[in-house]
Design a protein around this ligand. Sequence first.
Ligand code: SAM
Length: 388
Amino acid sequence: MIKNKTYQNLPALDKVSRIRTLRLEKLIKQEIANNNGWMTFSRFMDLALYAPGLGYYVSGFTKFGEKGDFITASSCTSLFGATLARQISEIMSLTSPQIIELGAGDGSLAVDIIMELEKLDSLPAAYFILDVSPYMKTKQQDIISEKVPHLLSLFSWLDDVPEQISGVVFANELFDALPVNLIKVEDKQILERGVAVGGHSFHWSDKKAEGELLKVATNLDLHPPYLTEIGLVGRALMEKLVSNFDTAVLLLIDYGFRRAEYYHPQRSQGTLLCHYKHYVHDDPFFSPGLQDITAHVDFTSLAEIAKTFDLEILGYCSQAQFLINCGITDLISENMDNDRSTGNLPSHLLNKLLSPGEMGELVKVMAVGNAMEVKLSGFNERDRGGSL
Ligand SMILES: C[S@@+](CC[C@H](N)C(=O)[O-])C[C@H]1O[C@@H](n2cnc3c(N)ncnc32)[C@H](O)[C@@H]1O
């Protein structure tokens, strides 16, 4: 739920962080002033996360893992990447031996995947990474050079989605980090919730929704009062990706639901959440540039886009089911044998990855691509693709 908050429970900002967030606030306020006092939330989120030099994902401090703001699957355990590598290897054998990773974060997932592919004797001919953040790109290059220097020559970095896509394309927790528009349904009117400035602070300001946003929102047939997000930026990225497909499979791993669950009458306050030093709260105006802002993914809308390009939904299931289908339990027991003497296997983090109350059920995996003669092993059991 979005409401004003006091921040007494959140850790205090140090001087450097304070200066950085004030600079970004100033930049956002200037753009709002230049735009007749109003900005879409999508633009606000874009600047808060990606403004050059100041946005959350482009400035240099730790984001993932226990020392950062939130945990991603790959920061839990290398077994996530190792398990995903098995599915990637199978897809490469059915398409072509090429990988494109979108939004690779600090690069640790790429390292875990390439190490497992090497073990499986299934290295790709090329591993491309596309990430909008120059800071993240440097982190990725550093960790790959440090951990797998002998495989560095397989990697290259893209500036944009390639014009022809073959092999495996995948993204883990990218789409939930893309800017979203907010809508508010009130007395049969559909409003776009945007951002304005009052005194020294940001506040919500609603206007009649228009254009593509209004069209999408009208089709959702939401009953007032209802506040939610629509991922127009995510839809545009999906369209760009699948329109360039040659023979390929796109694997999307993200927090989200099918449309009927996302826009369920009971989810009337949306899914927007902010993460700051492992505190989870609902105020995106808190210290722009210092916290992550996310919204869940409407997998049905992405599946529909894939279908308009004659691609098939090759599978859709929970992260836990996908990892189990790909054999994570075998990898866990191998790892337990290896780590029995030191007790290093992080069981609480494995629990985070697999348990239904955590990422296990909240995160879904969807595969789209050209029709395949065989079922992808990640979706062998409990494929819910038909429900999208
Ligand atoms: C939450 S992080 C992903 C974490 C990572 N995949 C992992 O498993 O740890 C989101 C990443 O997506 C990148 N990103 C955001 N928008 C993007 C876009 N349009 N194209 C490619 N990368 C993008 C960010 O810079 C960041 O590295």
